[in-house]
Write a protein that binds this ligand. Structure first.
Ligand code: NDP
Length: 234
């Protein structure tokens, strides 16, 4: 059955692969973007997830066009990497506000509709860094581990209404976000990945689509690593 799916930050990178996977499975897919729109084939809605009014307006548009959101993938995220003593309040706040609070804003709004439907799937895109930590990413790691506590609390609150909340924790995936990392850092990551290669955006998308399927109906509050083994045991 065709469901109303929303992928935040679905215009490029991992988000676009996720949006494409749902579309190929026959769902009606809305994609929010902040700067540049996605390719054709999606309901494209401009929405800065740091702005509650824009989030509310986006949900109104999606509900009118595709029906209430039944599957939410909170994917939009940013980095502002720098070492702790150089990290400004602004570096900290921007990352927390986008990655953690932005995900809270969209999940809260989506849950409202899902409670009425008495079903729903929420998937947060975290990162292996949220569990391992990473030098230069104090803000990012905090935002990504915050998503885990948030998802698990939602899983407990919403479970009795048939709503699941899970987390996918990717490892290193080649996108615009990682392209800016120095070659030396990339090499270092690569040497620690048991599978010996970086991940593909489609590999993250497959896990998200499965977690949102009927088949995964008894999974909630889970953190699914898709990381080539780099985060094993965490
Ligand atoms: P990209 O940098 O390629 O894409 C980031 C996405 O987030 C874009 O769609 C961007 O929209 C959107 N976005 C950023 N800020 C906002 C905002 N304020 N409001 C709305 N949308 C916003 O990143 P990736 O595809 O690599 O990452 C996607 C997710 O996966 C992120 O949460 C990231 O932390 C996570 N992740 C990525 C890994 C990797 O190795 N690449 C590893 C682990 C996790 P726009 O283009 O319009 O600015």
């Amino acid at each position: 059955m065709s469901r109303s799916v929303l992928v935040t930050g679905g215009n490029r990178g991992i988000g676009l692969a996720i949006a494409t996977a749902f579309r190929e499975a026959g769902d009606k897919v809305a994609v929010t973007y902040n700067s540049s729109p996605p390719p054709d084939g999606f309901l494209a809605v401009k929405c800065d997830i740091t702005d509650q009014e824009q989030v509310d307006a986006a949900f109104d548009t999606i509900q009118n066009e595709n029906g209430p959101v039944e599957v939410l993938v909170a994917n939009a995220g940013i980095t502002r990497d720098t070492l702790l003593l150089r990290m400004s309040d602004d570096d900290w706040s921007a990352v927390i506000d986008t990655n953690l609070t932005g995900s809270f804003r969209v999940a809260k709004r989506a849950a409202k509709g899902m409670l009425r439907l008495r079903k729903g799937r929420i998937v947060f895109i975290s990162s292996v860094v949220g569990m391992l930590g990473s030098p230069g990413q104090v803000n990012y790691a905090a935002s990504k581990s915050g998503l885990i506590g948030m998802a698990r609390s939602m899983a407990r609150e919403l479970g009795s209404r048939g709503i699941t909340a899970n987390v996918v924790a990717p490892g290193f995936v080649e996108t615009d976000m990682t392209a800016v990392l120095p070659e030396e850092t990339q090499k270092q990551y690569l040497s620690q990945i048991p599978l010996g290669r970086f991940g593909l955006t489609e590999e993250i998308a497959n896990a998200v689509r499965w977690l949102s399927s009927e088949e995964a109906g008894y999974i909630t509050g889970a953190v699914i690593p898709v990381d080539g083994g780099i985060g094993m045991g965490n």
